[in-house]
Design a protein around this ligand. Structure first.
Ligand SMILES: Cc1cc2nc3c(=O)[nH]c(=O)nc-3n(C[C@H](O)[C@H](O)[C@H](O)COP(=O)(O)OP(=O)(O)OC[C@H]3O[C@@H](n4cnc5c(N)ncnc54)[C@H](O)[C@@H]3O)c2cc1C
Length: 469
């Protein structure tokens, strides 16, 4: 017989940023989460490593303070003073045109003089506020949306490289409504992106959200959250089966070959789509289940960190990084100037770069052997940034399933998840396959999950006297 918990407890599946945020919030509200993590470390896609004076990130490199919520959360977990904002020296962003990195314009004056866009494209932009609003119920690709509002050249030389940098994705296939909801809302609410951007700036007042990390890298955040959980975080523990148990849920997990079954009042799933679909939801009365989430594409990406002597790189690296439009035909998606963004990423007299390869554009490149991958990166950096010598430090990290692509028709996945939750009271699903891919989205997702589980706990019935075995 499995013991029923005397007070509501919550099983949290996955110790990535979504699950850890949910668990931290649940503890704040007096509930008792237990976090199950199949790997030997917390943080999921977030991983920071320091070695020989270099500090490199395995996955995400920065967190955008895109809403006050993000800042409040970081302060609440005690990391407010540890935040390391991107250096003002990293304000420039470069885009490659005709094989050369050109500065993205950051003011109306620099827009008028930039060589990144032709005079024709600049003039066409003046007509944007007068173009008709698209229908609210149309699922339009990012590419069609941008061409319709801003013109072809803005797609090729602004949005295509940006989408490559954020999603490692293809603007022709991504849905603007589901993949870039803020952009979509700008048109719907204001009839124009330009008018909408000005209106937002006037209402929000302050500057745009700032990028940040921490002195020891982004992993400071999951490490801090994990520490606060103590024994409630179970590493190397994979959840296999979830089955209803009266008004409760039975979780079957495995640690080093040992199977354990426990009862929880509710379950929060903060897993990547493939892991979620791989769970055995035994006895959940949902005819189609979550199987269709298998179709969500996750193209592979390689993140290649290279360190050089400062004198071996000709470019001033006075920016955030350089993005490469697909039309340029290069073999990388872009490179972050990691040591310009944040202090402490490279030893004195050296610089650190992080280059992304693969994505939907060239998935095969992400899976090359290390030597070959490094050759691709070194060739691109030589041509774009004037790298003159082999790197002093290298780390290659491959992500075979990097980022879920919110492609056209993605709404059906949302509907599938919602229908599944409705058939399974007390089971809640979040994470980057549902609530958005950025770390800020995942933090918001974790908070939403915790709040839903808390509300559910408030109406959870008293435990039955004799639970089934
Ligand atoms: C290369 C790369 C670069 C990125 N760059 C940025 C960036 O700069 N800024 C940004 O905002 N975002 C970035 N992102 C996106 C962001 O990092 C992710 O969307 C986010 O970290 C996902 O967090 P998560 O908690 O939802 O999922 P995950 O981090 O995937 O965590 C899920 C956890 O669940 C565990 N798990 C799986 N199956 C089971 C099971 N059966 N039982 C128990 N545990 C299980 C996994 O081991 C994992 O730890 C990047 C992503 C990648 C891959």
């Amino acid at each position: 017989m499995l013991p029923i918990p005397p007070t509501p407890n919550v099983a949290v599946l996955g110790a990535g940023i979504t699950g850890l945020t949910a668990a931290w919030q649940l503890r704040q509200s007096g509930l008792a989460p237990v976090v199950f993590e199949s790997s030997g470390r917390s943080g999921g896609a977030i991983g920071s490593f320091r070695q020989d004076g270099w500090l490199h990130e395995l996955g995400p490199n920065s967190l955008l303070e895109s809403s006050p919520e993000v800042g409040e959360f970081i302060t609440a977990v005690g990391l407010g003073d540890h935040r390391q904002y991107a250096s003002p020296a990293a304000a420039n962003r470069y885009i490659v045109r005709h094989g050369r990195p050109l500065r993205m314009p950051s003011s109306p004056a620099s827009f008028l003089t930039t060589r990144l866009f032709s005079q024709r494209a600049k003039l066409a932009l003046l007509g944007e506020p007068f173009r008709a609003r698209g229908p609210a119920d149309r699922d339009e690709s990012v590419a069609d949306f941008v061409v319709r509002r801003l013109g072809r050249e803005f797609l090729d030389y602004a949005v295509n490289p940006f989408v490559g940098g954020v999603y490692a994705g293809d603007p022709r296939r991504l849905s603007v409504r589901d993949g870039f909801p803020k952009l979509f809302a700008l048109e719907q609410e204001h009839g124009s992106l330009i008018r909408g951007a000005f209106a937002r700036r006037n209402t929000t007042g302050g500057p745009k959200g700032r990028m940040f990390s921490f002195a020891e890298g982004l992993e400071e955040l999951p490490r801090t959250l994990a520490r606060s959980l103590g024994q409630a975080l179970r590493l190397n523990t994979k959840v296999r089966t979830i089955r209803p148990h009266g008004h409760f849920w039975e979780i079957e997990s495995e640690t080093a070959g040992i199977i354990r079954r426990e009862i929880f009042s509710s379950v929060v799933c903060a897993l990547p789509a493939d892991a979620l679909v791989g769970l055995n939801f035994n006895g959940v009365p949902q005819p189609d289940g979550l199987g269709s989430l298998r179709q969500i594409e996750h193209p592979p990406v390689a993140s290649v960190f290279t360190g050089y002597r400062r004198d071996d790189v000709a470019h001033p690296l006075d920016g955030f990084g350089v993005l490469v439009p697909e039309i340029e035909g290069a073999r990388i998606l872009g490179t972050l100037f990691s040591s310009s963004m944040f202090a402490g990423r490279a030893p004195a007299g050296h610089v650190a770069l992080t280059t992304f390869v693969g994505g939907t554009r060239q998935p095969e490149l992400a899976l090359l052997e290390d030597d070959e991958l490094l050759r691709v990166v070194q060739e691109a950096l030589t041509s774009l940034l004037g790298v003159k010598a082999r790197p002093a430090y290298v780390h290659v990290q491959r992500w075979p399933r990097a980022i879920p692509q919110y492609t056209l028709g993605y709404r059906r996945h949302h509907e599938t998840v919602t229908a599944f939750e409705q058939s399974a009271p007390g089971l809640f699903i979040g994470g980057n396959c549902r609530d958005g891919i950025s770390l800020a989205n995942c933090i918001a997702s974790g908070r939403r999950l915790a709040q839903t589980a808390r509300q559910f706990a408030a109406v959870t019935p008293t435990p039955p006297v004799a639970p089934a075995a």
